[in-house]
Design a protein around this ligand. Structure first.
Ligand code: HEC
Ligand code: HEC
Ligand SMILES: [Ca+2]
Ligand SMILES: [Ca+2]
Ligand SMILES: [Ca+2]
Length: 455
């Protein structure tokens, strides 16, 4: 008799537990943010490890790419890693993506750092991209090897913007305004400037492997469903196929692939010619090197460095069973952060790299462009991305930024000094979400931040 009562009450208990489970999961989904590539490491190296499922030849190739990513180039002639410049921004990939993470805003703006200015004049080039500034191109190189002159120097001033959160907390934001000083020849008056900072480079093969139609399914350029969010795909020039392709990488999704991004980085950021970008960025300028041989980077090194970014593992989510993290995730959805920071995709087949193919991933981005308002605008067009638009950033790994990078600067120019500032800069299509964030109770706001720290 007693026994059966116990059994019944146990059964009732189990049933009621199940019921609670239905509404509030005990553990958030998506701990393995990068599918089988996920690495379970919470150290300063968390962004820099090979995908967990990489082995054999793939791992060897990744390791060679790792060496190329860290290689510091010098001026020619040199027995190794020559060809830097004559004008450049930094001398290694790692210099701008330290520990495979994001660069910090430099104290010395004109030293080597992970920040540079993209430039152009109004209009578009023959492929619909930015129009080069005569004598300067589409990127400002503020460094030069011995005997050459940099294109110019940079300067910055700040505007302040004040927010009062509902609980009385006051946050003072700083908006950097960059300008170009000491140009080697006069600059046209109508030059457009967009400051960019190096961002993390892990998980990118997975993002490249998301099928195009899965991304386009989230696009709503004319906001037909009238929710105030109008994700738009960028269509950018792909020098490999010689066609326009879906833009996926860079802060405005201005490049179609990691290969094209890496070839451009060697060429513009470091002054290194390669098979995809065989002409020095300085050619045609008075400061170019007439004796340079092309290519300066071997095809193999470009391919390996590309493979490296494609196959870095994604760090796992942490504390996904913590009630505060679970509550924070709920708020993230409630105030519509999730309408742009889309939690999950499943990758398609990536030719030659089965490790990143067919993975369920949790990047928290829709890979689309959004109008983020006047305060974030650079007012410089990049293919279909207009002056107000930026690509939704993936949020995976963002909670490890302090640990991996020693700072917490976010957004395209690193202006936000922490997650709260990054959210407060959201305007345009994200203004409603931002205002909802401002109006959260202290407890709910802390839970939301705690959720992001867990990613
Ligand atoms: C001078 C600094 C600098 C150097 C050197 C540099 N990068 Fe970058 N990298 C950046 C910046 C800034 C961006 C964003 C560019 C944009 O928005 O168009 C970027 C973007 C990227 C991206 C796209 C990431 C994403 O999520 O969209 C990849 C991949 C990348 N870089 C790889 C490399 C590789 C490989 C090298 C070396 C061959 C390299 N970078 C060298 C600064 C640099
Ligand atoms: C309308 C689309 C949209 C909505 C809604 C949105 N975001 Fe964003 N988010 C973006 C874009 C685009 C960026 C990149 C902006 C930039 O770099 O200037 C971004 C950047 C961020 C960053 C900085 C990431 C980095 O790598 O620097 C964080 C953190 C962030 N969002 C969190 C949130 C949170 C939390 C919410 C909800 C309160 C939210 N976002 C709502 C589009 C959106
Ligand atoms: Ca060179
Ligand atoms: Ca230039
Ligand atoms: Ca919409």
């Amino acid at each position: 008799m007693k026994k059966s009562i116990l059994v019944i009450s146990l059964a009732v208990l189990l049933l009621s537990c199940n019921k609670i489970d239905d509404n509030t999961p005990r553990k958030l989904e998506g701990e393995k943010a990068g599918g089988e590539t996920t690495v379970f490491v919470k150290t300063s190296q968390a962004f820099g490890l090979p995908a967990a499922n990489l082995s054999g030849e793939s791992l060897d190739k990744h390791m060679e790419g790792d060496v190329a990513f860290g290689a510091q180039f010098v001026a020619s002639p040199s027995p190794r890693n020559g060809g830097l410049g004559p004008i450049f921004n930094n001398n290694s990939c790692n210099g701008c993506h330290p520990s495979d993470g994001r660069a910090s805003v430099p104290d010395n703006l004109n030293g080597m750092s992970g920040l540079f200015l993209k430039i152009s004049v109004p209009g578009t080039d023959e492929h619909g991209g930015p129009t080069p500034v005569p004598g300067f191109g589409t990127q400002l190189q503020h460094q030069a090897i011995y005997g050459y002159q940099p294109e110019a120097r940079m300067s910055v001033s700040y505007l302040e913007k004040r927010f009062s959160l509902a609980d009385g907390t006051v946050v003072v934001l700083r908006k950097p305004v960059y300008s170009i000083v000491s140009p080697y020849i006069p600059l046209p008056a109508n030059v457009l400037i967009s400051a960019r900072i190096g961002m993390p480079v892990f998980g990118l093969g997975l993002l490249e492997a998301i099928p195009e139609n899965a991304i386009l399914a989230h696009a709503d350029p004319d906001d037909l469903n009238k929710d105030g969010i109008s994700g738009k795909a960028n269509q950018v020039w792909d020098p490999v196929s010689g066609t326009l392709k879906l833009g996926r990488f860079g802060w405005k999704a201005g490049t179609p692939s990691i290969l094209v991004q890496s070839a451009g980085a060697y060429n513009e950021d470091m002054g290194l010619t390669n098979y995809l970008k065989p002409v020095e960025s300085s050619v045609g300028q008075q400061n170019s090197d007439p004796n340079a041989v092309s290519p300066e980077v071997r095809r193999e090194d470009l391919e390996n460095v590309t493979f490296y970014s494609l196959t870095l593992g994604v760090p796992a989510g942490r504390d996904f069973d913590d009630p505060e993290v679970i509550a924070g995730h709920h708020i993230f959805e409630q105030i519509n952060c999730s309408s742009c920071h889309v939690a999950t995709f499943t990758t398609g087949t990536y030719a030659g790299i089965p490790e990143i193919s067919n993975q369920k991933i949790y990047p928290y981005t829709d890979m689309l462009l959004h109008d983020m308002g006047d305060d974030l605008a650079d007012n410089r067009q990049e293919f279909q991305a207009d002056g107000n638009e930026w690509k939704t950033r993936p949020l995976w790994g963002i909670g490890l930024t302090a640990l991996t990078s020693g700072h917490t600067s976010f957004l395209h120019d690193g202006r936000a000094r922490n997650l709260t500032e990054a959210i407060l800069w959201h305007g345009g299509e994200a203004e409603k979400s931002r205002n909802n964030f401002i109006n959260l109770s202290t407890k709910d706001r802390e839970a939301l931040l705690r959720f992001m720290e867990s990613l």
